[in-house]
Structures are given as structure tokens and as C-alpha cells.
Design a protein around this ligand. Sequence first.
Ligand SMILES: Nc1ncnc2c1ncn2[C@@H]1O[C@H](COP(=O)(O)OP(=O)(O)OP(=O)(O)O)[C@@H](O)[C@H]1O
Ligand SMILES: [Mg+2]
Length: 320
Amino acid sequence: MHTDSAIEVKNVSKSYRGLSALKKVSFKVRRGSIFGLLGPNGAGKTTLVKIMTTLTRPDSGTILIDGVDVVQSPSTVRAKIGLAGQYAAVDENLTGFENITLVGRLYHLSKSHSQERAAFLLEQFGLSAAANKRVKEYSGGMRRRLDLAAVLVASPKIILLDEPTTGLDPRSRIDLWEIIDELANSGSTVLLTTQYLEEADRLASDLVVIDSGKIIANGTPSEIKALVGSTILDVVLTDAKELYRASSCLAEIARSEIRVEVEDVRLRVSVDDRRGVLVDAVRLLDSQGIDVAEISVVRPSLDDAFLTLTRHGLIDADDQ
Ligand SMILES: Nc1ncnc2c1ncn2[C@@H]1O[C@H](COP(=O)(O)OP(=O)(O)OP(=O)(O)O)[C@@H](O)[C@H]1O
Ligand SMILES: [Mg+2]
């Protein structure tokens, strides 16, 4: 069946022994896009991925993968998707080459075809030199790449990645981002979960922000940033001891909770986008005798958006 969306999630709820992990979650993923599911620990990301991949069932609601219902036709769904779980699923005692070949055999590829795919993918992921080493000896980044290579063995058109870069160093993370970009460029649909705002911003064309099982925002990264207000006042003080006092004196012009970054002696204040706001802030701080090292008006980052959204639960009003 052909539908416009690669993935369609409708009103999905799931509880674990009375604890609600997902509450009426709905969204659609466009074909060929990279879709980000962004949320903190315990938000419900893995639960949703497990339902999508038929590993667990929803209590209510439906998910269509390429038009196919995950509950009604799990085996058809499984044939359409590739999953890289949050924890690497490779066999430590086998070599990289053996692992990938084994996955090919599980997907009913012939032995020679599996071996060809394994050699090709290991090369593509920069693992050729380590192909005959046991995975035990791989670093975390190498395992992550091997995990992703395993997902691609059967050339799935829909790829689900649960926190693909968690635990990686910055270099390996950037390498993986490039690989994920290429997957989408070659026509695959990618849904990835992440706790990294920067990652969602860099990769995803659309995203939902999820917290405590509820969607609290939905849109492009820039739409989500715009929800916070269009301007952030970035204030660096000379003395960290003054942060708290500065925060209460700026509360007068803040649109939402002020973010305090103690290590950088910095305050991030979401303010109305109007002329004179900077002057007002300087005057307020000056009246309290608080020394300012730097002050500027900047565009909000996804971090600003995320903090504002998760603290104030924008959708709460709709819930009642
Ligand atoms: N098998 C389970 N039994 C009981 N509770 C569970 C189970 N799996 C998840 N939960 C609970 O459901 C909620 C959502 O968990 P989930 O693993 O989906 O979050 P997550 O967004 O993937 O978090 P993380 O970023 O830490 O991986 C949490 O409160 C968690 O404790
Ligand atoms: Mg998880």
C-alpha cells in the first residue's frame, strides 16, 4: 500500500504497571526525511521505537509503517524496517565481518551475497581494517558503526535509530551524522531518537519534543526555537556569586524561566523581541550594582527552546 507517510503514529498510549510511558502520541514522518524524536531520559522514546518495531504492543492507538499496521501485520512491518537499538546488539565473540554476514543470513540473503554486503558495508563504515577482529576488541564508536552497518544489510527503506550517537566522542558523532545524512539522501526514511538538541537541529527536518510520554512540541527545528520567543539575552557576569541576584532582577523582563549556567557565569533570558530590551537589562543590573562582563541579544538555540518547553509543558493546556 502506498501512503504519503513512511510512518504514521496515531494516539498511541502505553503504560507499564500503572505508570504511563506514552500518552496519546501522534505524528507523521514524511518519506525520505530525517525525523527526530527528542526527549530527556525516561521521556518514552525507546518505548515508542519498540512499538514501531513490533517488540512491544501499544495499549491503544495505531502505528502504520509504510501503510502497514504494526499490531496486525508485525512480520510485514519487520521486513520493511531496520533497527539499531539503544544498546548495541552485536555478538562480542564474533568478528565484525562475521556479525554482518550473520545478519545477512538472518535476512535470508545467500552466503555469498551476505559476504559481499558485509565487505561493502565494513568498507563504507571505515571498519575494513578491523573486519577480522573480534567485536570485544572494538571501541564504543566502532561498535556503534558496526551496529549501523548491521541495520543496512538488507537495505531497509525505513531506518529507526535509538540514540545512535550516545556515548560517542565528538569526532565519531560527526562521522555518524554524515552517514545518517547519506542514508536520507539515498532515499531512506530515518527516524532517530536523541537527547542531544544539537543533533536534532543538525540532522532532522522535522521533530517532536517528548517529555514524560507527551508531545510538548512538534515542527521544524526553527519553528520549535521560535516557540520560545524570538530573542535571547545572553548575559555573562564577572562574579558567579552574583548569578542568583542578577537572575531575580532580570525576572521583570523575562518571558519564561531564566537559565543559569553557573560554569560559564552566564544567564540566558528569553525576552520580547523589541527595541530597548538590552538597555533595560543593563539598567536593571546596574541599579543593583551587578558587574557585567558581556551582554548581547542572540537567536535562541534549541537548548533554550527545549528547557522552556519541558519546564512549562506547553501542551498542558490542551490536556484538560
Ligand atoms: N519494561 C518496562 N517496565 C516498566 N517500566 C518501563 C519499561 N520500559 C520503560 N519503562 C518506563 O517507561 C518510561 C519511558 O521509558 P523509555 O525507556 O521509553 O524512555 P527513553 O525516552 O527511551 O529514555 P532514555 O533516554 O533514558 O533511553 C520510563 O519511566 C521507564 O521507567
Ligand atoms: Mg531510551
